[in-house]
Design a protein around this ligand. Structure first.
Ligand code: ATP
Length: 303
């Protein structure tokens, strides 16, 4: 369990993190989602005791991170995969980690296996690693102490789609065994694939929090019918916002059930009706973080 209460970080007149409160429950993968500069890394660094808070507090497993005895055995942290010593081999990095935390060295092979780094890759210097391999090694370091909590800043950076799926399975499995996972990303699709709960941050403030499915529900519905114009008219007459999509179909600001009812009342035959996909969530995300000038550009969503 991670508890963040009224956490604030000011750099001069700038509030990088502004009165942020949320909890990260065991048994779930919680995504910390926000555009560049929203305050994700600063919040995570404060949770881990690496950046002092201006005010507010953060607790991990009931204590401030710095008050945990041998935190490496209880909390796995990956904040910057790029900062690993480039002159050491992957195995050396893990061996040092094991020595520092008192972990049985046999755990190194188990962990390498867990993150999918081969014997040969582990014998190479980190300086020769791709970004994806560094992320895997960073995850291995985080998992080495068999922790109860994982705090991961942009762990999917540099992973290919198969790597993202692998990470989703690994983190879901960790959470299903009662683990607590907090991971950040500025990529909505990535977050959608990996997290089941989401905390959205924009300009240093939490702007939405909840189960991914509930957030998706708020994002509306997609409908395609035999007469989209008639359906759009019926919905608008009922006070519901509708956008006729260039690619066909309607993006509707209502739940699928309400769209179905409106279609039935208007005598329109539905060909497709579902909760909005990530496009809907993306729109919601942009709306929630729209205050941020950086969000004049669209959120980065890979094709
Ligand atoms: N040491 C610092 N000194 C001054 N300003 C800082 C410092 N660290 C962060 N900031 C500012 O705080 C804000 C939040 O930064 P932070 O790195 O936490 O965002 P982020 O959500 O992690 O972004 P990204 O997705 O780009 O990593 C930004 O405006 C950043 O410029």
């Amino acid at each position: 369990m991670i508890t963040v209460e009224h956490l604030t970080k000011r750099y001069g007149p700038v509030a990088a993190v502004d009165d942020v409160s949320f909890t990260v429950e065991p048994g779930h993968v919680t995504g910390f989602l926000g555009p560049n500069g929203a305050g994700k890394s600063t919040t995570m660094r404060m949770i881990c005791g690496l950046t002092p808070a201006t005010s507010g507090s953060a607790r991990v497993l009931g204590l401030p991170f710095t008050a945990l005895a041998n935190p490496g055995r209880r909390v796995g942290v990956l904040l910057d995969a790029g900062s690993q010593h480039s002159g050491r081999t992957g195995r050396e990095v893990l061996t040092l980690g094991a020595l520092m935390t008192g972990v049985d060295r046999r755990r190194i092979d188990t962990t390498l296996d867990l993150v999918g780094l081969t014997e040969r890759e582990a014998a190479r210097r980190v300086g020769q690693y791709s970004l994806g391999m560094r992320q895997r090694l960073g995850l291995a370091s985080a998992l080495l102490g068999d922790p109860e909590v994982l705090i991961l800043d942009e762990p999917a950076n540099g992973l290919d789609p198969a790597g993202i799926r692998w990470m989703r399975d690994l983190l879901s499995d960790f959470a299903s065994r009662g683990g607590t996972v907090l991971l950040s990303s500025h990529l909505l699709r990535e977050m959608e694939a990996v997290a089941d709960r989401i905390v959205v941050i924009g300009r240093g403030r939490v702007v939405a929090e909840g189960h991914k499915d509930d957030l998706l529900r708020q994002a509306g519905a997609f409908a395609r019918s035999t007469d989209d114009a008639a359906l759009a008219l019926a919905l608008r007459q009922g006070g519901v916002g509708v956008e006729e999509l260039a690619t066909g179909g309607l993006a509707v600001e209502a739940e699928p059930l309400d769209v179905g009812r409106a279609a039935a009342a208007a005598g329109v035959v539905l060909a497709e009706l579902r909760a909005a996909d990530s496009r809907g969530l993306e729109d919601l995300f942009l709306e929630l973080t729209a205050d941020d000038a950086r969000q004049q550009t669209r959120m980065e969503v890979p094709a």
